[in-house]
Design a protein. Structure first.
Lengths: 145, 174
């Protein structure tokens, strides 16, 4: 089993070389985002499950079934994908009063989308380092919530 | 034939009629009698500009007040904002956030262009939000990101949670 910080270490490792190809810069941003995603998911599920469940039920406009609660507890990947936790997590952060973190999270989601889907943009090494460092800052902040 | 209320041909009224004729001096085709003083009513200065859009000053047609938009908003973003509940309030919040961002960056000596467009997630098509884009020069990109957390703290204070839940704030190179 892998831990979320390993994704962040992978992102930094990709940018460590003297010359970094653009595909490595894009991969680094993507890995860094997913380290943040998993960190936030674990923190909210373990310590703020009430807020997380309320957020899900409010957004989906219905109560979670007992099966879904078990799937949330076990972090079932199909359940997470179906519910779109990429959108639910910043909503949960906002509900918890962490508005800056919520908006930051969405920005990094947007950057990950650009890195993976928008081939027109340029992602150089320097920008990738800036972004990975910024994501790491939020990762550490979420870890101590 | 209708009877005139004041008949100038009657003897008792003739002197009055002559007086009227001598005090007025209106050559044919003239709109304004020269014997009278005319006062031009100037545009009211105390009213706010929004009231002037329907105010009619003397001899003028109603003015259409054209406001220059402060921040460029894409058509897609306009449509999205319009469809939101309490759209006016939502848009006002977005402009307030933009104003604060501009203020913060000015204090930090970072030149930026702020615009509003749309965030649409490519993997979840129903996930759409307004996106405030802070366009900075390449050399200031890293500095802007160092201040990103502080910038968000400054610009999001006391903004409604409903707005926070539907806004993305991004820094981009222009």
């Amino acid at each position: 089993m892998i831990t979320c910080d390993k994704f962040l270490n992978c992102a930094k490792r990709l940018l460590r070389n003297r010359s970094v190809r653009e595909e490595d810069s894009r991969s680094a941003i993507s890995r860094a985002y997913y380290s943040l995603y998993h960190r936030t998911l674990l923190t909210t599920k373990n310590r703020y499950s009430f807020d997380l469940i309320q957020t899900i039920e409010k957004h989906k406009k219905r109560r979670l079934t007992p099966t879904e609660r078990r799937q949330l507890s076990s972090l079932d990947p199909d359940f997470l994908k179906k519910m779109n936790f990429h959108q639910l997590l910043p909503l949960a952060l906002s509900k918890m009063g962490e508005r800056t973190k919520a908006v930051s999270f969405k920005n990094y989601r947007d950057l990950r989308n650009q890195a993976d889907y928008d081939l027109r943009k340029n992602f150089g090494k320097r920008d990738a380092i800036t972004l990975v460092n910024s994501i790491e800052t939020l990762f550490n902040q979420v870890a101590v919530l | 034939m209708p009877q005139l209320a004041f008949n100038p041909t009657e003897a008792s009224n003739q002197e009055t009629a002559i007086n009227i004729l001598t005090t007025t001096n209106v050559p044919a085709g003239t709109l304004t009698p020269t014997g009278y003083e005319t006062e031009e009513i100037s545009e009211p200065k105390s009213l706010k500009p929004k009231f002037l859009s329907s105010a009619v000053t003397s001899l003028e047609y109603p003015r259409i007040v054209e406001t220059i938009p402060k921040y460029e908003i894409s058509k897609e973003a306009e449509v999205f904002i319009f469809k939101q509940k309490k759209a006016v309030r939502y848009k006002k919040d977005l402009v307030t956030i933009c104003d604060r961002i501009a203020e913060f960056l000015q204090k930090a000596n970072i030149e930026a262009e702020i615009s509003i467009s749309l965030f649409q997630d490519p993997e979840y098509s129903d996930w759409v939000e307004s996106k405030i884009i802070i366009g900075v020069n390449e050399k200031e990109f890293a500095k802007a990101y160092e201040l990103y957390g502080n910038l968000l703290d400054y610009s999001l204070g006391k903004i409604r949670r409903k707005t926070i839940e539907k806004v993305v704030i991004a820094i981009a190179k222009r």
